[in-house]
Design a protein around this ligand. Sequence first.
Ligand code: DP6
Length: 347
Amino acid sequence: MTTVVWAVANANVALVKYWGRAPGPGHQPAGTSLSLTLEGLASGARVARRPPRAGADRVAWAPPGPVAELGRFVAHARAQLGIEHPLDVVVTSNFPVAAGLASSASAYAALTTALAALATGRPSADRLAALARQGSGSACRSMLGGFVQWRPGDDVGAVTQVAPPEHWPLAVLVAVTAAGPKRVPSREGMRRTRASSPFFEAWLAAGEADLAAVREAVRSRDLPALGAVAERNALRMHATALGADPPLLYWEAATVSVIRQVWRLREGGVPAFFTVDAGPQVKVLCEPGDAERVGRALADVPGVLRVLRSRPGGAPRTVPQPPSWALSGGLSQNLSRDLSWTVGEAV
Ligand code: DP6
């Protein structure tokens, strides 16, 4: 009987955002979102059986994260997957946690994948995506690689791969502008936006056109088309959140400076496009051949702490050995050199 399982999952960046849950139970989104899974920005989950007499599950994030939610998820997942033993669970990530880098997405995708390996029977991919969503909505998109769409509903195909990672070898750079946790977690931010932003219904209505445009841009590998919609969709999400009461401002001064730098790059003929999730970090899409130049330009912006480099990534997987960054307690200093620039350092 397997007693210890490690799984690793990648984060994802939304090109059409999930910002608003549907009312009612089940953690359903109010609209359809579409993301790109990011290679190397990863979380690892270790799940070990405890002796039956141990009674309770033990859960931990390293570095520390929201354990009460994690504990509730493990209890729910065990019931869903028929795991009778109590468990020891540790989740870790190799990039800043709870700072708008989708660490909860990769964490719950890794954990769901590890738990599935201990399940009675073989749960389907659709069931596992629905389970991951109970931990964090965006986690269901990290259950697949490449470009992934998530629409409301629990039926087969609610979470689907629009294109595999090898379809389009884009570069994705992440300008990290703040290291601490974000001020308002996404869940609370979405609740507040829905309850009080007069722009919320318009935001949902506009999402449909963005979705169609992103799907077409991915199909035809049209970066300017993809980038234009990704920027528009991100700005509209933040505009809607700014309209909440009290308002939600996830950006730092450096976030705006990076956005302006991306626009300057474009004016200079470099096709680079940004998106921003519920935090101050800016993710920039560009051609791999431009990544070095764009990375340096981002690292030059005052207030940028570091720039991480990623590309379209694959689905979660169980691994025989834990990743090295997980063992060393892991933050982004443990990312391999080619994944990370430090400000002022030669690339
Ligand atoms: C701005 O998936 O973290 O990154 O479902 O409450 O866990 P919960 O929220 P979460 O929200 C992600 C919001 C976003 C946009 C996106 O990833 O689509």
